[in-house]
Design a protein around this ligand. Structure first.
Ligand SMILES: C[S@@+](CC[C@H](N)C(=O)[O-])C[C@H]1O[C@@H](n2cnc3c(N)ncnc32)[C@H](O)[C@@H]1O
Length: 199
């Protein structure tokens, strides 16, 4: 079996992300993670929070590394990963107390973010939380690095990808009964945007 893929950014941000999530997620929370990537966040957080139940997911052609990380970790609170592709949102994905994404909103084209928000709103229970980690704009870019990332995304990933204004995401979320609660400042010009499902 090949070595597990390692994303160096996850090694840097996993500690602060775990702290931010832990400040919000009570014991017993069932978390759905979308666009889990390598699964490093899933493994890191589930190992430190055995009182959470963690469901990681990815699009089909990114499952191998995620599966490797999760199999090797062998944690009882880390469920087998699901294939979830935003382009084909699965029917019947409901009952999660929280939904978490890291570096997903800016990475996919804007029309898919609308699908993402509608899907999350259906997946999370009333009173549940939705947490988006990553770089977001606040009246424009908050750093030169974020502006460069936006240009790279539009050039190399998808012309409709790129950083979202916090207010625009909050407005879209509000249309699906997801109320903005808090923006937790994170290292390196990132932020954790927290929403609550109204009903
Ligand atoms: C920038 S990476 C972030 C990965 C991980 N969350 C992290 O922070 O390291 C974006 C992730 O979004 C996933 N992704 C892209 N398009 C997707 C889609 N249509 N459905 C589900 N995931 C998708 C990619 O496979 C990739 O793992």
């Amino acid at each position: 079996m090949p070595d597990k893929p390692v994303n160096p950014a996850c090694l840097r941000n996993q500690g602060p992300i775990e702290a931010a999530l832990s400040s919000r997620l009570p014991a017993g929370t069932k978390v759905l993670e979308l666009g889990s990537g390598t699964g490093q966040h899933a493994v890191f957080i589930a190992a430190r929070r055995p009182d959470l139940v963690w469901q990681a997911s990815e699009q089909a052609d990114h499952m191998m590394g995620l599966q490797q990380w999760i199999t090797e970790a062998s944690l009882p609170n880390l469920l087998p990963p699901k294939v979830i592709d935003l382009r084909h949102w699965p029917e019947g994905l409901t009952g999660f107390d929280a939904v978490y994404t890291s570096n997903l909103v800016h990475y996919v084209p804007a029309p898919l973010v609308a699908v993402l928000i509608a899907g999350i709103a259906a997946a999370v229970v009333p009173g549940g939380q939705v947490l988006f980690y990553g770089p977001f704009n606040e009246n424009g870019f908050t750093s030169a690095g974020n502006a460069q990332l936006d240009a790279w995304l539009k050039d190399s990933v998808d012309t409709e990808a790129g950083l979202w204004e916090r207010a625009a995401l909050a407005s879209l979320a509000a249309n699906h009964d997801l109320a903005f609660e808090e923006a937790i400042t994170m290292p390196n010009n990132n932020v954790m945007l927290v929403f609550k499902k109204r009903r």
